[in-house]
Ligand binder design. Structure first.
Ligand code: COA
Length: 178
């Protein structure tokens, strides 16, 4: 068998944090992994255009390798309240880019946007099965203040309604306490 001694390339690539653009929508499906959220992404993008939500992405070579979405208002005021409390959700980073600080930076930049908009509180949810996410949020200054049954539904790319049950901790952070 031919032997090949591994070679190491030390590359430096720029990752740019920016708001999502329409051409990101198919790419946010991550080559099929999140195709089931096609309609959710489309709706979230429209909600960004109408000022109810923001989609922040981490872009590497014009590909969104990470994301966090921000809900700016809600009927449930412990989740989000116009001008006062916002909800961060759908935080994820592509597996091969994890552990490099991108997830933390997405949360930090989302907080900066919200502070500049005059928001005081940020809510974030961590699935009870996802202890690592809860640890990460606590390290970023969030504290558990409640829990949620995590029941919601969406229509997938095959037009089938999917019901989700994912109980979670609710965590919050006061942006004025730095
Ligand atoms: C959570 C997540 C966005 C963090 O992104 P990231 O770029 O790796 O974050 P950072 O590099 O800033 O921080 C890394 C920390 O995230 C933690 N982490 C949190 N959730 C994790 C998960 N599901 N899988 C792996 N690591 C996770 C790691 O333990 C790591 O902590 P450590 O440094 O003590 O080992 C990323 O792990 C991810 O996309 N996970 C899958 C989706 C998810 O669980 N999202 C949270 C929804 S509640």
């Amino acid at each position: 068998m031919t032997t090949f001694h591994e070679r190491r390339l030390a590359l430096s690539v720029d990752v740019v944090l920016r708001l999502a653009k329409r051409s990101d929508l198919p790419k946010l499906e991550w080559y099929g992994q999140y195709a089931h959220f096609r309609a959710v992404y489309r709706r979230t993008f429209h909600e960004m255009q109408s000022g109810n939500r923001l989609m922040l992405v981490a872009d590497c070579q014009d590909y969104p390798i990470g994301q966090v979405f921000i809900q700016l208002r809600s009927q449930e005021q412990h989740i989000a309240q116009d001008g006062r409390r916002a909800y961060l959700y759908s935080l994820r980073v592509m597996e091969m880019f994890r552990g490099l600080g991108i997830g933390s930076r997405l949360v930090y930049e989302a907080e900066s946007i919200l502070a500049a908009m005059g928001y005081t509180w940020v809510t974030i949810a961590a699935a009870k099965t996802n202890a690592k996410a809860r640890n990460l949020y606590e390290r970023l200054g969030y504290r558990v203040f409640g829990e949620d049954p995590g029941d919601w539904s969406y229509t997938d790319h095959r037009n089938i309604v999917q019901y989700v049950h994912d109980p979670c901790w609710l965590l919050e952070k006061n942006l004025r306490v730095r």
